[in-house]
Design a protein around this ligand. Structure first.
Ligand code: 13P
Ligand code: SF4
Length: 329
């Protein structure tokens, strides 16, 4: 294949119009070539744009990305997701180069739970076990006893002796769902996901009325009033599994709409309806996840930047609760 850009091209050519001028086919070819040259893999979350999912070597939920990240023998991992996912990959692979297409791809849960505030929060509950959702910074991970994702949260909570009080951070809605599911009383940090928190029960009741035969599936980051309407609640991979196995022909999907790409690919005969946060639009897209583009993936592979960098001491502390979680998963 013809060279698109060489490693010497660097920022000047990539920040200008030249990269934007590449056709979708050229971008795909260029990314594939760079992956081979550099022994790199692309790991993508289900909330990425369809074309990013299609070029990925692995697509998964937060748990799957962490598990797969721990196994890979690639030299470079491009984490097409958000920063906390790149940090998780770095904690598990401190010697590998972890690239993230856009360092500004944060997460409302992680960003609103800074390490200093988290430290004063946990200091009020010295007897509690600190269970923290992986949607948090590496520093906050290191201050936690054990981590969880939406896939394994019930199992993690149930592994804690019943007499031990629990602090759950940073997602209050997932926390409330877990309290109901496990019967455990937990103190909750009051964070929320800006995408899932905005789903509105009243709008969803109307949507259900327009599609009386449809199943409704929802992510546990949604508020309780929304979860009460759902026929199935689960992590992104659990929602995908339900979509494949359900005998319903119509499914209302109450999570980030990127997941519908895999649902539609697996079940072309079914109709997936993206629940919307706003009746005027049909969008439930995470603004952080959607910062990633094919151009940025190409550029980050070519230039090997932006790279996820963490201090050794932060990695060592965060690895302990992360490994505890992976052992139980
Ligand atoms: P899962 O993919 O683990 O379900 O998490 C959803 C999410 O919001 C990731 O940011
Ligand atoms: Fe964070 Fe919500 Fe975006 Fe996931 S969807 S990255 S939880 S803001």
């Amino acid at each position: 294949m013809e060279e698109l850009f060489t490693l010497d091209d660097q920022d000047s050519s990539l920040s200008g119009g030249s990269l934007a001028a590449l056709s979708p086919g050229e971008l795909i070819d260029g990314i594939k070539k760079l992956k081979i040259e550099k022994n790199a893999v692309i790991m993508a979350h289900y909330y990425q744009e369809s074309e990013i999912q299609d070029i990925a070597d692995y697509i998964g939920d937060s748990l799957g990305l962490a598990q797969e990240g721990a196994k890979t023998d690639a030299d470079i991992i491009v984490l097409a997701g958000v920063l906390f996912m790149g940090e998780t990959a770095k904690i598990l692979n401190p010697k590998k180069k972890i690239l993230i297409p856009d360092l500004a791809a944060g997460c409302s849960l992680a960003d609103n739970c800074p390490a200093d505030k988290f430290t004063s929060f946990i200091s009020q509950y010295p007897d509690h076990t600190k269970v923290t959702y992986v949607n948090c910074s590496a520093e906050v991970k290191g201050l936690s006893d054990i981590l969880c994702t939406s896939s394994n949260a019930v199992r993690i909570i149930e592994s804690i002796p019943p007499e031990t009080p629990i602090l759950f951070s940073p997602d209050q809605h997932l926390g409330r769902y877990l309290i109901r599911k496990t019967g455990r009383d937990m103190v909750l940090w009051d964070g929320a996901c800006i995408v899932h928190e905005n789903f509105d029960a009243k709008n969803l009741v109307k949507l259900k009325a327009r599609h009386p035969g449809a199943a409704m599936i929802a992510h546990p980051e949604c508020p309780e009033s929304v979860l009460d309407l759902a026929d199935h609640i689960g992590s992104t991979s659990s929602l995908l599994k339900f979509a494949k196995e359900s005998d319903k022909q119509e499914i209302i999907v109450v999570t980030e709409s990127g997941i519908i790409h895999q649902m539609q690919k697996a079940c072309p005969e079914k109709t997936f309806i993206a629940a919307s946060n706003d009746e005027a639009c049909n969008c439930a897209e995470c603004p952080y996840m959607r910062l990633n583009t094919m151009q940025k993936i190409y550029a980050c592979l070519l230039q090997e930047t932006p790279e996820v960098v963490l201090e050794k001491s932060v990695i060592e502390k965060a690895l302990i609760p992360l490994e505890r979680m992976l052992e139980l998963s």
